[in-house]
Write a protein that binds this ligand. Sequence first.
Ligand code: ZN
Length: 316
Amino acid sequence: MISFGIDIGGTFIKIVAVNKTGKVLKNQKLKTPRYLSSSKFLEFLAEIVNKYKKELKIKNAVIGIGIAGDTDNKKGILRFAPNIPWCNLKITSGLKKLTTCKCFVSNDANMAAFGVYKKELKEKYKNILVFTLGTGIGGGLIIDGKLYQGATGSAGEFGHIKISDSNTGNICACGARGCLESYIGTNNLRKLTLQAVKENPKSKLAKLLKKEQFSVKLLSVAAQVKDKDALLIWNYFGTHLGYALSNLILIFNPEIVAFSGGVSGGAKYFIPALHKVFKMQKIHEPFKNVKLLVPKIKDIGALGAALYALSMKNEK
Ligand SMILES: [Zn+2]
């Protein structure tokens, strides 16, 4: 028995194949083929799975898919995705037809949460929040040792929690205003960076930006050399994330909050601002006890999806 984990994001797709003990046998990273129609996209995924099945000489496999959008985990449908082009995609039935594998789908951050719980923390902690930080901001919840997906599979949409006025706040990729993602998603970080560079054209950040295109890594490099604007942007990031996170901590009282995704690389620059927001809270206990973590395991979303499929393989 092999399990494939497929993590589908706005920019990249990561695929892993694991054996039944969760050992990684293969992995691959590809650009998300945003130009494909939904049926061609399913064929694209099936081709990779079928190629691996041949290479690994296996017949019996399951597939777990984590996708950056609002998914119906029970019906196997991607309903809506602000940052990827396919909506109302019947992903599990489509992929099953093309690969003969049993398929399961969930939101990508849910799969990352499952990966953190099972592999990174080895089930040692039972109440975990996971943020995926990138173009989009996702969330996953482990409550009492179980992945919590909610009534419609939509639980954990942390990126679309409102942290500002719904009429005047920043406009989000989902179409609403005031969502967390519209403040700390990479599109807004790019906007803030370009604005800062315009105002301070001689800063270290401005010099870096002359040599290469904007990336979150560049913001970390600039913060490392104590560029004021980069430090201010990371502080802005941490403060806004802190507003949403402090509400979530009051609701769920987690032991662990994990940050995955590309922007988690800047954790050491945004975590001080999180602690500042935590200190402003008057109910101290949940904030004193929560541990903040960046998973060491790479591709935790794809791995989580593969492990999720293994855990679900006997379900209908
Ligand atoms: Zn939104």
